[in-house]
Structure formats: C-alpha cells, structure tokens
Design a protein around this ligand. Structure first.
Ligand SMILES: [Zn+2]
Ligand SMILES: [Zn+2]
Ligand SMILES: [Zn+2]
Ligand SMILES: [Zn+2]
Ligand SMILES: [Zn+2]
Ligand SMILES: [Zn+2]
Length: 325
C-alpha cells in the first residue's frame, strides 16, 4: 500500500528539528504553583551515572529525524551503501509502514520471523519489525543508546540512532540533574521512566522509575488522594498498567503502589521513621527523623491544603492535621 500522499523529499537537510522537543529540553523547571522553599542539602547522590555535565551541551543544536516519512519509501540508490544510515527502505525488515495506526507491541508473526504470514498484512495494528517498534513518537530518543556515554563510536546508526547520544538530544526530563530538595521528592522522584541502560547503574539509587510498582503518576497532574487504592495489586509484578487490577487505571484517584503513597505530598515526612535518628537515607526517606524534618499539612476551607514546609509553619495559628492510625 502506498502512502496517501507522496512525502516531500528532503535531500540535503534530512533531519527536521522538533521544536516542541527543544522546548521540553530547556524548560526543566518545577511545576508552576509549587514553589516551596529550598530545603537543606541532601545526602542522596547519583554518582553511579556518569553523564555529561549539562553546561557543556548548551549550544548543541539537535537534529532529530522527521519520523513521519523515515524509511517509508524505497531507496533508489543502487550503489552499495549502509542501510542503517539511509532514510529509505531496502527490504521488508528495513521498512516502516506509513501512518500511526500500529502499536509498539511486536506482532507474533514478526516475532517468529514469519511476518509474511500475518493474516492482517499491511493493516496489522502491531509492529512488523524493530524499526516500526522504535521509530515512533512515544519511543524515539526517550532512552540513552546502549553505547552511551563512553562507547558511542560503536553505534552503527550514528545520528540515525533512535536512542539519544547526548543529554541535550534526549526527549525526556532528566530529573537526575535536578536539585534533590523537597519539591523533587514530592513532584519529580520516580515520575519519569529510566533512560539508562539497566546494566549501567544501581537501580536502588536511581531516581527514575523501572517498573509500574516503582512509577509515580505526577501528583500535581493526576491529583490522587493519599490513600492506597484497594483494587491495585500492590504486591504483584505488573507488566502492563491494565494488569494492575484497577478499573480506573491511570485516572484512579487513589495511590497505585507504595511509592505513590509514601511520597504523596500529604504523606511525605508526615509520619515518623521507624529507624529514627539511625536512618541515614535523609530526604530519600519518606518519613521524618526529627521535628525539623517533619512536614504538616492543614485544613483550609475544609480542604486539605498544600503544604507546610517544616519551619515555615506556625503551629499555633493553623489546625494541624495528621494521618496517623
Ligand atoms: Zn538506501
Ligand atoms: Zn502482524
Ligand atoms: Zn546509538
Ligand atoms: Zn534507573
Ligand atoms: Zn486504583
Ligand atoms: Zn528514615
């Protein structure tokens, strides 16, 4: 099936820069309306990740592929050349079907290397090869290349790689570069999927999410309450969000997973840590270790209100409300 229109050929400037993506890169700011004071320094580090310092990359202009057309048309170049760094397709495994109608899930026939047997053929709603799986808006440049950062010269795809080769090229918020203050643990910690190759780093120290139990929906975006959802399977390994067992899925107004509950703005540092002063996790620990560390929230016009930052609260003038059993 031919594409519904003949895509414009882009001969010398093969790449098109996605402006919204650049914007996303430059606006790594805290969410509006949540300008809590800075807390003291934190003892949480992320030294296991050797990433480039961001200031060295300020003036690098990123070139991203124009995904709509990439490898949807047959290559006319009959001379020998590298298929991996060509904009056009050369064989069925190298070809992307035109359009957004298929998912990143691999078709079972493609999985068995028998894609020609798929009864749905061109209309199949699943990916028919790795290219279709990776070169799509929801996957492209969302993780670092497996050769990042020290062996990028080994990546055969170069600037055609669907994975990011630098911090300035990646299309997610790199939250490990943020200040690890109170705002960070309330609104950013574990809200972004880990862009790093899992063999490269210590998952325990990592501030990104690695599975659905680890993942937090942004509480200032989804606005869920500080209680566990009773439908969600908190102890199971969840491969797809739908397997979590909650009929409301991402729109549920209760916590899915312990991290959503513990780091919820109404729970974080509100209850005492069972290890007390012996706990050495600092801000990473969602419980308080001293009165100075403790957070409160209060009732305002009968609604729970964000949020006191520790010392800024005058306890006598505000009705302090605590969730303790
Ligand atoms: Zn070619
Ligand atoms: Zn198929
Ligand atoms: Zn690469
Ligand atoms: Zn990670
Ligand atoms: Zn739920
Ligand atoms: Zn603790």
């Amino acid at each position: 099936m031919l594409p519904p229109f003949i895509p414009k050929l882009i001969p010398d400037k093969e790449h098109q820069t996605d402006e919204s993506a650049i914007q996303q890169q430059t606006s790594k700011k805290k969410p509006p309306g949540f300008s809590l004071e800075q807390s003291e320094g934190t003892d949480v580090t992320h030294t296991s990740l050797q990433t480039e310092p961001i200031q060295n990359q300020q003036y690098v202009l990123n070139e991203h592929l124009f995904l709509t057309n990439f490898k949807t048309m047959e290559c006319a170049n009959k001379l020998q050349h590298s298929y991996k760094t060509c904009l056009y397709y050369h064989n069925p495994k190298d070809r992307r079907r035109y359009g957004n109608f298929y998912s990143s899930e691999m078709c079972e026939f493609a999985e068995k290397d028998q894609v020609e047997l798929c009864p749905l053929g061109e209309e199949c709603p699943k990916s028919h090869n790795r290219l279709e799986q990776l070169y799509r808006q929801d996957k492209y440049k969302k993780k670092f290349c497996s050769f990042y950062p020290n062996n990028l010269y080994n990546c055969e795809y170069g600037k055609y790689c669907s994975f990011a080769h630098s911090e300035s090229e990646i299309l997610i918020d790199l939250i490990h570069n943020y200040d690890y203050d109170e705002d960070f643990y309330l609104f950013h910690y574990k809200t972004v999927w880990c862009p790093f190759n899992l063999t490269q780093h210590d998952k325990v120290l990592c501030v990104y999410a690695h599975n659905w139990q680890d993942y937090r929906r942004k509480p200032h975006v989804k606005n869920y309450e500080p209680y566990l959802c009773l439908s969600w399977k908190h102890k199971d390994i969840i491969l797809n969000y739908e397997d979590g067992g909650c009929p409301n899925n991402e729109n549920c107004n209760r916590c899915h997973g312990w991290k959503e509950n513990e780091y919820h703005p109404f729970n974080y540092k509100v209850k005492p840590c069972s290890n007390g002063l012996n706990c050495n996790k600092g801000s990473l620990c969602p419980y308080f270790h001293s009165q100075k560390d403790r957070r409160y929230y209060f009732l305002f016009q009968n609604k729970k209100s964000l949020i006191s930052k520790k010392d800024s609260l005058n306890e006598r003038s505000i009705k302090v409300f605590q969730i303790l059993p």
